[in-house]
Design a protein around this ligand. Structure first.
Ligand code: NAG
Ligand code: NAG
Ligand code: NAG
Ligand code: NAG
Ligand code: NAG
Length: 379
């Protein structure tokens, strides 16, 4: 514990010094977007790929039907697509209907990890497989386009693969998983380094294939999720001043510092790359800590859960599930006003919270675009 704590403090200092937000309103103008990630940006991949049984309550606020998202409505990525004036992303794995991939493709799937999946994983679609899917998608698209120009209404043009925005929001499940096994702080730090080399290697493969614009979300305050608090926060001494599990948030902060370093290294070795690092952690922690300022009433309770205050979360009953709990039949129902809640189901954020996060991202206040630092446009 001590080492991680000291490292965290040192890194926090270093982070503040090296983090230099460019504070320019972000202008997002890309012909296509390719996204890699987990449930934070899954727009239907897990549901399509595994026929994952989604509760009817997902989607209730915005889509008015389950939309394949772990949320009552839109995800951060949906709001960002709106800001780019592009349609919501289709999952790579969606084969039913007539999905158009003209403006990109989403490889994110709920439960995915940076490290390769194993037998115990939620799904096989870890980062390496998402990359393979991307390369197959690209090859297949180019082959098909060479045979039939009309397909350009459904597939990205060859150029667009270079001009596209490549987005990454992954790592939360890797970090989450590490706490279920005994691990020393040294092991956690080494583990995070391994995650970084895996990410860096994947981004390099994309760069070598012509990708130039990278957009990386750091990981949120894992220790503030009701599921984590319910599991690891029973002892008050495990909680920090926000009521979040301190060990998890420290690990997330170390992850983010290393992620920021990795982005700088990647840029140093990839001279033509543009990279934007987005500090999701600070946006979400600010929201949780100053919730009433932003119109929310429940910073840490799950909207769709069971058990009542303070967390309204029971690890035995997921959102939408009905169970016989010790002789009484109970259901984890959604709250009546999801907009008052930051957390949706114990692990994922509500549409209201996602909208807030996206608005903050779009101010540019939480982004670091180091490729612009020497830009003549910056004063
Ligand atoms: C990288 O960003 C700069 C500044 O916004 C822009 O001029 C340049 O075209 C971008 N490069 C690519 C490959 O898109
Ligand atoms: C909450 O808001 C105050 C006042 O704006 C700010 O100083 C503080 O940093 C915020 N908390 C977090 C965790 O960002
Ligand atoms: C079930 O009920 C029994 C008897 O009331 C109690 O001792 C036990 O703790 C309860 N178990 C759970 C999981 O609530
Ligand atoms: C939601 O509102 C209904 C009707 O007003 C009420 O019966 C129910 O208890 C409320 N549910 C919650 C979780 O507050
Ligand atoms: C960015 O942050 C600064 C300092 O907190 C604030 O004054 C400014 O209004 C913010 N900009 C936007 C666009 O929100």
């Amino acid at each position: 514990m001590a080492l991680l704590y000291i490292l965290h403090s040192l890194l926090k200092l270093a982070f503040l010094c090296s983090f230099w937000p460019t504070v320019i309103p972000l202008s997002l103008n890309y012909p296509a977007v390719f996204n890699f990630g987990d449930s934070n940006s899954d727009t239907g991949g897990l549901v399509a790929g595994k026929a994952f049984p989604m509760t009817q309550f997902n989607g209730e606020t915005y889509f008015h039907e389950p939309s394949g998202r772990f949320c009552d409505g839109r995800l951060i990525i949906d709001f960002l697509m709106e800001a780019m004036e592009l349609p919501y992303m289709n999952p790579y794995l969606e084969s039913v209907g007539s999905p158009s991939f003209q403006t990109g493709c989403n490889f994110a799937t709920g439960g995915s990890t940076i490290l390769p999946a194993n037998a115990a994983s939620t799904n096989p679609f870890s980062f390496n497989l998402q990359l393979s899917q991307f390369f197959r998608f690209k090859n297949r698209a180019l082959t098909l386009l060479s045979k039939d120009k009309e397909l350009q209404n459904y597939l990205p043009a060859e150029d667009d693969f270079n001009k596209a925005l490549y987005m990454f929001d992954i790592g939360q499940n890797d970090l989450d998983g590490v706490f279920y096994f005994p691990a020393s702080d040294e092991q956690v730090v080494a583990f995070i380094s391994k995650l970084m080399s895996e990410l860096n290697y994947g981004m390099k493969r994309l760069y070598d294939a012509g990708a130039r614009n990278f957009w990386v979300h750091n990981t949120g305050p894992l220790g503030c999720l009701p599921r984590i608090i319910a599991t690891f926060g029973k002892k008050p001494s495990n909680l920090d001043e926000h009521g979040c599990v301190a060990s998890h948030n420290r690990a997330a902060t170390v992850f983010n510092k290393k992620l920021h370093d990795m982005c700088l290294q990647f840029l140093a070795h990839s001279p033509e790359a543009n990279i934007t690092y987005v500090d999701i952690y600070s946006i979400k922690l600010n929201l949780i800590s100053n919730y009433s300022l932003y119109g929310f009433q429940q910073p840490l309770a799950a909207c769709c859960g069971y058990g009542g205050p303070p967390l309204n979360f029971d690890t035995r009953i997921a959102c939408g599930v009905t169970k016989d709990l010790n002789g009484s039949i109970v259901t984890a129902n959604p709250c009546n006003n999801t907009a008052e809640y930051i957390n949706w189901d114990g692990t994922h954020y509500t549409e209201a919270a996602n909208g807030f996060v996206a608005d903050e991202i779009l101010t540019g206040n939480y982004s670091d675009s180091p490729h612009l630092r020497n830009s003549p446009f910056l004063t």
